[in-house]
Ligand binder design. Structure first.
Ligand SMILES: [Zn+2]
Length: 72
């Protein structure tokens, strides 16, 4: 098999300290939790970009009913 590995380094977009290493390129997004600040971000293995995962709803945290309803 091929011994050479890709080493992709994703830096946490929140604190710029935490790192996630990927050793292969895949056509997928991987959610990572930063070991430094515990924020969740998404590593796009294809484009090697990192995005904050705040916009995406997490299955672990069900959406709270909106308390701030504007009544006009
Ligand atoms: Zn971080």
């Amino acid at each position: 098999m091929i011994k050479q590995k890709f080493q992709i380094e994703f830096i946490c977009p929140y604190c710029k300290k935490g790192k996630t290493m990927a050793d292969h390129i895949a056509d997928a997004n991987v959610s990572c939790k930063c070991s430094e600040c515990s924020q969740v971000y998404v590593c796009d293995l294809k484009t090697k970009r990192v995005e904050k995962a705040r916009a995406r709803a997490s299955p672990n945290s069900p959406r709270k009913p909106t308390a701030k309803m504007r009544i006009q």
